[in-house]
Design a protein around this ligand. Structure first.
Ligand code: ADP
Length: 549
């Protein structure tokens, strides 16, 4: 027997409509290129998104068309998010930090018919115009007429100005209703191995994910919250925050292009931000700025960190010096992206000192709606003892089932998606990433966690950044090799870094060598590019052994 409740599809436009109708005056604030701050409201954003939908209709955009964006976090990008999805087209966010070659590949693979770009990316698009001319018919620069850059496109491609387009459009559009399983947005993985793959979110997955991340034990979003996502809207929908803040009617503060410590501190204080979200490197930059300038954070109470493991010093420094809780979450493009969040259960409430610090490093409990498990090399589920680590699998309504344009499933027959992460799960259900499966070091048949070794290295006072990679070893198969970048004005003594491991890890986990380097390579999302390091240093111990002979 079916229930007798209304069937209303879960659509992205319903989030925006809710924000406009019930939190119309709640603010949407954007730092602009010119250094000014632009203020608008959710009500106005909704009206302008409808206006943009009209303009898109006039441009010939239809259902299921992919509309690419190359833009920083600001109100225009937010309007494109909602207008495209709301009219049943697909908002395809593109990461401008990828190589031009990957960007051209992604635009063609997605079949983007129009691009909405910030003026600063005009040269990038100009450089690949010939390669994307088969698909892209329209390029809209997200600026006013005065800010239009010179851009040479190919014949058949038209160049338009966003503000002019808006000025000519009516706002009489009405959001249509349609199947909630319709695609709403597309985002490609960073492609650290092989070509990027497209993850195609649906309206349903996006709305359910928004509900999940707004929960008290995740972002704890309220109408009184003021949230600044440093995480870019060009990658995994800024962790879903543009949707979740509309759901809760929170104020949304968008930082634009300048993500350095000084610019962030200014915006956080000026706009009375209560919570901010981003990757550890951003927080290290903010920390450095606060320490050197003596500024404080007046209203920020919590920082969500994710994307890569949070170094312990980050959590301790913000707590002890600035009274801000750094909270750890984990996720990935294929998960919309949030999968776990580290919020306390009753058994953690009383934790203090070392035990509390240790616990905060874990990536957290699975969000309700998802499930997770760890398995060994033979596919057998491993116990949740916080010690044994294995491949992490997840499933749930906001996990990808297959990649865009690929026919085969991305999961097994029971819906489990292999994340490519290696993790432990403790008896309370807290997951801790010990590695990417490709980064784990297999020494004499046992596994060594590169992340654990990196975390200890970056706690050393002379070390700014560290990477541990597996290098081939004649006896042990693989052994850890530590690469460290000195902090400005510091000199690293490798012996002292090795000493800092004593008592923290088993002796056989200690890196066999420490190399001091000027810099480390990063991916387009700011993570260590371990593939490049592995390629470069794979034979380090074998070469070193030959040299010694
Ligand atoms: P990218 O941003 O590199 O495209 P994703 O955002 O999909 O890719 O990256 C997901 C991966 O990032 C995860 O599989 C995991 O390895 C890593 N990651 C994400 N959050 C954390 C975290 N809190 N701690 C450690 N690793 C993390």
């Amino acid at each position: 027997m079916l229930g007798l409740m209304q069937q209303q599809p879960l659509l992205v436009s319903t989030l925006l409509r809710h924000a406009a109708r019930h939190h119309g005056a709640a603010e949407v604030i954007s730092a602009t290129e010119a250094g000014a701050v632009h203020h608008t409201t959710w009500a106005d954003s909704e009206r302008r998104a409808r206006q943009l939908a009209r303009a898109l209709q006039a441009l010939g955009v239809r259902e299921a068309d992919r509309i690419g964006t190359l833009a920083w976090n600001d109100y225009r990008h937010l309007e494109v998010y909602y207008a495209t999805s709301g009219m049943q087209a697909i908002c395809h966010t593109i990461n401008p930090r990828l190589s031009p070659d990957d960007i051209a590949y992604i635009i063609n693979h997605a079949g983007d018919s129009a691009l909405f770009i910030d003026p600063g990316f005009a040269a990038l698009i100009g450089g690949i115009a010939a390669r994307i001319a088969d698909h892209v018919r329209t390029v809209v620069i997200m600026t006013d007429p005065a800010g239009m850059p010179a851009l040479d496109l190919r014949p058949g491609m038209r160049l338009l100005c966003y503000d002019q387009l808006m000025a000519e459009a009516d706002d009489d559009y009405a959001w249509p209703s349609f199947d909630e399983n319709t695609a709403s947005a597309l985002c490609y993985t960073s492609g650290t191995t092989g070509r990027p793959k497209g993850v195609l979110y649906s309206h349903r997955s996006t709305v359910i994910h928004a509900y999940a991340i707004a929960l008290p034990d995740v972002l704890d979003l309220r109408a009184t919250s003021r949230i600044l996502p440093v995480v870019p809207m060009f990658h995994v929908n800024a962790w879903g925050i543009p949707y979740a803040t509309a759901l809760t009617g929170s104020a949304l503060v968008l930082p634009g292009r300048h993500l350095d410590g000084a610019s962030l501190a200014r915006l956080l204080n000026q706009e009375r931000v209560t919570m901010t979200c981003g990757v550890p490197t951003v927080w290290l930059g903010l920390l450095q700025h606060l320490r050197s300038s003596g500024e404080k954070l007046a209203t920020v109470r919590r920082i969500m960190t994710g994307g890569s493991a949070a170094p312990p010093l980050l959590i301790e420094a913000f707590r002890d010096e600035f009274g801000v809780a750094v909270e750890h979450g984990w996720g990935m493009t294929e998960l919309s992206p949030v999968g776990t969040y580290n919020a306390a259960k009753p058994s953690q409430v009383g934790l203090t000192g070392e035990a509390a610090a240790r616990h905060m490093l874990k990536q957290g409990r699975v969000l309700p709606g998802l499930d997770m498990k760890i398995i060994d090399g033979d596919g057998h589920e491993l116990p949740w003892d916080g010690k044994q680590f294995g491949d992490l699998l997840v499933r749930g309504p906001w996990v990808c089932s297959s990649y865009f344009g690929e026919s085969e499933s991305a999961c097994d027959a029971d819906g489990w998606f292999a994340t490519g992460d290696v993790a432990t799960i403790d008896p309370d259900g807290y997951m801790e990433i010990t590695d990417r499966s490709k980064d784990v070091i297999k020494s004499g048949g046992e596994w060594i966690s590169s992340i654990t070794l990196e975390n200890i290295a970056v706690s050393h006072p002379d070390v700014a950044e560290a990477a541990v990679v597996a290098a081939r070893h004649p006896k042990w198969d693989e052994r850890p090799l530590l690469l460290v970048v000195p902090r400005p004005g510091h000199t690293i003594d490798p012996r002292s870094v090795l000493d800092s491991y004593r008592g923290l890890v088993a002796k056989w986990w200690l890196p066999d060598a420490v190399l001091v380097v000027d810099q480390l390579p990063h991916t387009a999302t700011g993570k260590l590019l371990k593939t490049a390091l592995r390629d470069r240093y794979r034979n380090y111990y074998q070469t070193a052994a030959t040299k010694e002979e």
